[in-house]
Design a protein around this ligand. Structure first.
Ligand code: FAD
Length: 422
């Protein structure tokens, strides 16, 4: 730190009010890296002012929303300030006649959905832990969920963002665009940048109506190889499921879950068409409340490695066969929940860390041959210290570095967390 802790806290108190600045505690550490101070700005201008102060003082800043998954990504190189969006929790405008909403970054997904539901509308995505996940957090991590089968991902749903930059300016897409960020598609750039380019303070989304009826179906077979062709036929058909998830795990029968939304008569027709696309496959109704989420995959995750797996939908069966082949000799248990887009969560559990590291290394090479990737999100810290979390194709790295240089030349925001140590 280039300023002493007392001076820093006094400066921050002058910006946001004394009651919104406090020394960090052990509970604020990110991936084992201790933080110094937690600051809670009350509006976008204060967020920008805090960032400018941090930049001028040579401090690093980690934005924090619900704080539930701050351990994902690379461990930060350092954390001087935690900038909490807790007080930015308002739905600014629900323009229900236009089917758009503008919301502050610290509002939780669940709270936004409650407000939208008053006019029969919703943000059509289903991220993990909606009660704590914030709008800023899901944008920063591109957390869309299974509804992407029908509605696309966050990049398709976000219409605009306001971000605070480390030089203390506010940039707004669609309206006034500030300085050297002109020309970028800000919402798309911010989505998935893991808080390394700017602090999102507000976002505007396109909305969809809440469905009047929902029908969910579970198809089962003894092997993924029997269900996978059905998934591909569904994607290739005129059926319009809002969610499709393939669930496979070691030692259990796989399942293909489909979710349909709409008016009752249309749902019946869709289910009849589905039956024609899945001859000989057992099917049973699934209660909409039992629609599978990825959340149980994270239960008791201490000895597990949890990855985001991405392959083409056509390669999902090959992915499962590969996981099975690699896991058996290493005595790993595994579970995969994959969305129809080929993106999914893979949980690997072992009795020793070496087996996890070996499995990830072999699987990455094999998944690479399928033109896919595995990014490790959660791992025991001893394991994480010994692996490359992203394992990504680094051909885009020079471009990503140039973007970082434009937005955050002094490496204020979340240093080290992103691909290539950005
Ligand atoms: C790398 C990564 C990829 C993910 N991909 C998926 C996915 O594809 N599908 C899926 O279902 N789930 C995904 N998730 C899960 C998702 O993280 C959570 O549901 C949700 O983002 C947590 O919100 P939160 O408010 O608790 O964020 P936090 O845990 O507080 O923060 C998460 C990250 O966002 C940054 N951040 C928080 N608020 C802001 C803000 N206002 N401006 C800028 N940055 C901010 C933080 O610095 C941190 O890097 C992913 C998570 C990570 C880390």
């Amino acid at each position: 730190m280039m300023v002493d802790a007392e001076t820093l806290q006094a400066d921050l108190r002058a910006l946001v009010g004394a009651e919104h600045v406090r020394p960090a505690t052990a509970a604020d550490a990110i991936d084992g890296v201790p933080a110094q101070v937690v600051v809670e700005p009350g509006d976008a201008a204060e967020v920008a002012a805090v960032l400018r102060l941090a930049r001028d003082a040579g401090l690093s800043v980690a934005p924090r929303g619900g704080g539930s998954k701050l351990g994902w990504g690379n461990p930060p190189r350092r954390v001087d300030l935690i900038l909490s969006t807790r007080r930015l929790d308002r739905v600014v405008e629900h323009a229900w006649a236009d089917m758009t909403a503008t919301v502050q970054a610290g509002c939780t997904v669940a709270q936004l959905q409650r407000v939208l539901a008053e006019h029969g509308q919703r943000l059509a995505l289903d991220p993990l832990w909606p009660a704590t996940a914030t709008i800023g957090g899901i944008l920063a991590t591109n957390d869309s969920g299974a509804l992407r089968a029908r509605f696309g991902t966050l990049r398709d749903l976000v219409l605009g963002v306001t971000i605070a930059l480390p030089d203390g300016t506010l940039a707004r897409s669609g309206g006034k665009v500030v300085k050297n960020v002109a020309g970028y598609d800000l919402p798309k750039l911010m989505t998935g940048a893991l808080g390394t380019l700017g602090v999102i303070t507000e976002a505007t989304f396109r909305l969809y109506p809440l469905p009047s009826h929902v029908s969910c179906v579970r198809l089962s077979a003894s092997e993924v190889s029997a269900l996978h062709p059905v998934l591909l036929r569904v994607l290739d058909s005129t059926l319009a499921p809002s969610g499709v998830q393939l669930h496979a795990r070691q030692g259990a029968a796989p399942a293909l879950d489909l979710r349909f939304e709409g008016i009752a008569a249309a749902l019946d027709a869709q289910l009849e068409q589905l039956a024609r696309l899945a001859p000989g496959i057992a099917s049973q109704p699934l209660a909409p409340e039992a629609w599978p989420t990825a959340e149980p995959l994270w239960d008791d995750a201490d000895l597990a490695l949890i990855c985001k797996a991405s392959v083409l939908p056509a390669q999902l069966d090959a992915l499962v066969q590969t996981i099975r082949r690699v896991s058996a000799p290493l005595r790993l248990s595994w579970e995969l929940l994959a969305q129809a887009a080929g993106v999914g969560w893979l949980r690997l559990a072992a009795t020793n860390e070496q087996a996890l590291l070996a499995a990830l290394s072999i699987l990455r090479a094999e998944v690479g041959r399928l033109h896919g990737s595995l990014a490790a999100l959660h791992a025991p810290s001893a394991v994480k210290a010994r692996l490359d979390v992203w394992g990504a194709d680094e051909s885009a790295l020079p471009l990503m570095r140039r973007v970082k240089e434009q937005f955050d030349p002094q490496r204020v925001l979340n240093p080290g967390r992103f691909v290539g140590g950005i």
